[in-house]
Design a binder for this molecule. Structure first.
Ligand SMILES: NC(=O)c1ccc[n+]([C@@H]2O[C@H](COP(=O)([O-])OP(=O)(O)OC[C@H]3O[C@@H](n4cnc5c(N)ncnc54)[C@H](O)[C@@H]3O)[C@@H](O)[C@H]2O)c1
Ligand SMILES: O=C[C@H](O)CS(=O)(=O)O
Length: 484
């Protein structure tokens, strides 16, 4: 890949144990740039034997990795984080080339992803147990927390780096090893991160990336007894499937799944701030994030004023090549994603919605779409229940708080929700009433390594980041001892 300061970061092989290798049968998968459909390169289409070898190396490496102290693991993780910081621009270029997002967003994701490595390098030192007061004079009750062992991660294309480190960091800090299967559309960010982990001195087999047929690799990662936990981030449909595949071996599971975030603008809101927050939440990554505003509810009493402010901001957004510094919105990931956006929009307008801005493909390239606002959206439209995963803001209207809460909660999902209000009594009521794992109040950007990221209902379970995130990678052992 041209334009990299450190071309060695562009890996077209997988690191299995201590060797960068092709698939044993030489099979390869082509990877393209979603902005112009140019071929970026190829990655191995690994065989079952190749993936099973990675599992074996992971199991072997886990023993010595767990034997290190948390401080020793943390020091190696900090070296890894230092190398990521040093190579941030190259990592961002790789990400924009393979995923399409604006370069500024890629830089942001690299920093966000690295924050998990630094956070858990420290959290690993705080995996405390307990000594419980004796129930009898001769008995001692002690609680140990130990690493659960070999872990696997299956990650999506929309955040090719952060979804990797948000899983690998707590796993490694706890003394686990990790095998990662990135999305086939965006493998290079994962491979570059692992190359830097190797350079930092993280031992062979501790963190590996396997590329190839998703179903085949998934079958191995969900069924192999040696793998004790699977962490999946992706669609709810695939999450259900993987959950079922993990059942026979009772694997520990974390599921970060789909979303359908409501974004509520109450009449007491600062409308300028609300419009800025909606731009940030809705159009980040061209609307391809699990926590994007997916349904916008505007109180009827301020709808005209808010829509005027918001629509003008949407029309100012620039669509283009993510590598151009002025680009706000890059391409969608593939033709299927674009087709879905067009189908949802046609269904909505056929059923009476009105286009206030955008509404069609952009001429910047084949997979770009105009940032779009539609109003007069109703529950009868498919866009009310489906995750759009594109730059379209559907506007609903409501009269009172009770109606807004009822509408906001009317979904199988429960990942993120947002509302703007300067009435703090209302803020307490609304936050407590919203059935979501995360609530943004007067902000459209909530994600940080210090807070627990995750959902309820069919958005999954488990939490990533925060003081809670490492708990998913340890097992509690109760030791009862008669000291007579
Ligand atoms: N909750 C979160 O933190 C979060 C974060 C990012 C994305 N997502 C969700 O992910 C979805 C978009 O990402 P996507 O299109 O990559 O999702 P996806 O579910 O299609 O794919 C996610 C990962 O699963 C793999 N996969 C697909 N089928 C598989 C199978 N049968 N066995 C094993 N692995 C399989 C894919 O190759 C990819 O690596 C959206 O629904 C979005 O909301 C959620
Ligand atoms: O798409 C899902 C990501 O988790 C979004 S965020 O970058 O963590 O907000």
């Amino acid at each position: 890949m041209q334009s990299l300061t450190n071309p060695e970061l562009f890996k077209e092989q997988c690191l299995i144990n201590d060797r960068w290798q092709d698939a044993s049968n030489g099979a390869r998968i082509e990877v393209t740039n979603p902005f112009d459909d140019s071929v970026i390169g190829h990655v191995p289409d690994l065989t079952e034997d190749d993936v099973n070898a990675a599992v074996a190396h992971s199991a072997e490496a886990q023993i010595s990795w767990a034997a290190k102290t948390a401080a020793e693991r943390g020091a190696l993780m900090q070296k890894w984080a230092d190398l990521i910081d040093e190579n941030k621009e190259d990592l961002a270029i790789i990400m924009t080339k393979e995923q399409g997002k604006a370069l500024a967003e890629s830089r942001g994701e690299i920093g966000y992803g690295n924050s998990f490595i630094r956070w858990f390098a420290e959290e690993g030192k705080r995996v405390y147990g307990d000594v419980i007061p004796a129930t009898k004079s001769e008995l001692r009750h002690v609680i140990l927390k130990q690493p659960i062992g070999v872990c696997a991660a299956i990650t999506p294309w929309n955040f090719p780096a952060a979804m990797i480190t948000r899983k690998a960091a707590p796993a490694l800090a706890a003394g686990c090893t990790m095998i990662i299967k990135p999305a086939v559309q965006t493998p290079y960010s994962a491979l570059a991160l692992v190359a830097l982990a190797e350079k930092a001195g993280i031992p062979a087999g501790v963190i590996q990336v396997v590329t190839g047929d998703a179903a085949m690799i998934g079958n191995i990662l969900t069924s192999d007894e040696r793998i004790k936990k699977l962490s999946f981030t992706g669609s709810t449909n695939i999450g259900r499937k993987l959950m079922a595949q993990c059942a026979p071996t009772i694997k520990k599971l974390s599921l970060e799944l789909g979303g359908n975030a409501p974004f509520i603008v109450f009449e007491s809101a600062d409308l300028e701030k609300a419009a800025d927050g909606l731009i940030a939440s809705k159009f980040r990554n061209a609307g391809q994030t699990c926590v994007c505003a997916n349904r916008v509810y505007v109180q009827a009493s301020i709808k005209d004023k808010f829509l005027d402010i918001f629509t003008k901001k949407v029309e100012a957004l620039k669509v283009g090549n993510g590598m151009d510094k002025d680009t706000d919105i890059g391409p969608l990931i593939n033709e299927d994603a674009l087709d879905k956006v067009e189908k949802l929009l046609k269904d909505a307008t056929d059923k009476g919605a009105t286009v206030l801005a955008g509404g069609s493909r952009h001429d910047a390239s084949a997979l770009t779409y105009q940032p779009t606002v539609i109003s007069g959206v109703t529950d009868e439209m498919d866009i009310a229940t489906e995750e759009i995963f594109g730059p379209v803001a559907p506007i609903f209207f409501f009269d009172d708080e009770a109606e807004a809460i009822k509408e906001a909660n009317d979904t199988i999902y429960g990942l993120a929700a947002y509302f703007y209000s300067t009435d703090f009594a209302q803020a307490w009521r609304v936050t407590e009433a919203l059935e979501y794992g995360m609530v943004g109040h007067n902000t459209g950007m909530i994600s940080t390594e210090v807070a627990p990221f995750g959902g309820v209902k069919q958005s999954g379970f488990g939490r990533e980041g925060s003081k809670y995130g490492i708990e998913d990678y340890v097992a509690i052992k109760y030791w009862c001892s008669d000291v007579r």
